[in-house]
Design a protein around this ligand. Structure first.
Ligand code: PAF
Length: 288
């Protein structure tokens, strides 16, 4: 049987930093894919893009405790390091950085990044403290690993905008690259949390991508009144039996501020609970 090459597993921050610095000295382009593990096709597509654009690819695997609220699923979050390493190996990732909690948050750790204004609404309101944890860990990773490009999935659109905005405000020289959401053939956006859905819940969950398809369709047919589109999206979710909707809205794609009429690119955003599983998804609504 052919031996699958696994990425070099590194757990200490100064060792992974040394590898990245060394690669840069050799004029190699370094790509970073930050993840919390439990890797699925969505993550792997980020890795493939990183491999296409960069000479050295580093994936990080760290379930970041500071971005989970006290009642969220930190302890339940799937941890599948061996499988993750095998998947990264199959894509010939060079390094996997999988630090311990103590490595990144040693005793006495007390400095956090105040998230930018795009963090205020949506996930920022539903998950207080979440983006403070995200900006803190991502800035730490970008400081540890001086990558040329860091790759993030558009499924977490607000997270992408938060990280781009932070990187710009704090003069982080790494390019923050958004990559398209990967979906199952039925349209459901891939997420580590999809594994918790029963068959009936999965059918309900499809109304999320369907309402985003409808929103895009309405815009392409010339509808500019965003309230009407949001009402229709909400109806689609409710008709499918989704009772707990955290938000369904359309916002400016850059600032995530409210938009009533489509004048610039906008983004339709949904967060809804299907059974006990909270799902998010979004769609860019292009203004042409
Ligand atoms: O999107 C994620 O998986 C996480 O929020 C990230 C960016 C790896 C930070 O922990």
């Amino acid at each position: 049987m052919m031996e699958m090459k696994k990425p070099t597993l590194i757990t200490s921050w100064y060792e992974i930093r040394a590898e990245a610095v060394q690669a840069r000295k050799q004029n190699l382009k370094v790509g970073l894919v930050p993840t919390m593990g439990a890797l699925h096709e969505g993550h792997l597509s980020l890795v493939r893009t990183a491999r296409d654009y960069c000479d050295v690819t580093i994936a990080t695997i760290f379930v970041n405790p500071t971005q989970f609220g006290p009642h969220e699923d930190l302890n339940k979050y799937p941890r599948t390091l061996d499988d993750d390493l095998a998947r990264l190996g199959a894509l010939e990732v060079d390094f996997a950085y999988a630090p311990s909690k103590e490595e990144l948050y040693p005793e006495g750790f007390s400095t956090f990044v105040e998230p930018p204004s795009v963090a205020k609404r949506f996930e920022g309101e539903c998950r207080p403290g979440h983006f403070r944890g995200v900006t803190t860990i991502v800035l730490k990773l970008l400081n540890i690993i001086p990558a040329h490009i860091a790759f993030f999935g558009q499924k977490d659109y607000q997270q992408c905008r938060v990280i781009q905005s932070m990187a710009q405000d704090l003069n982080v020289p790494t390019l923050i690259q958004l990559c398209p959401t990967v979906r199952d053939p039925d349209g459901l956006a891939l997420s580590s949390r999809n594994q918790y859905l029963s068959t009936a819940e999965r059918t309900q969950a499809l109304s999320i991508s369907k309402s985003l398809d409808d929103a895009e369709g309405e815009v392409s047919r010339g509808q500019t009144d965003m309230r009407r589109i949001v009402d229709r999206m909400r109806n689609t979710l409710e008709a499918a039996g989704i009772e707990k909707i955290d938000y369904v809205d359309i916002a400016d794609a850059q600032t995530l501020e409210p938009v009533a009429q489509l004048q610039n690119d906008a983004v339709a955003l949904i967060a809804a609970h299907v059974g006990i599983t909270r799902l998010i998804d979004n769609r860019i609504l292009s203004h042409r």
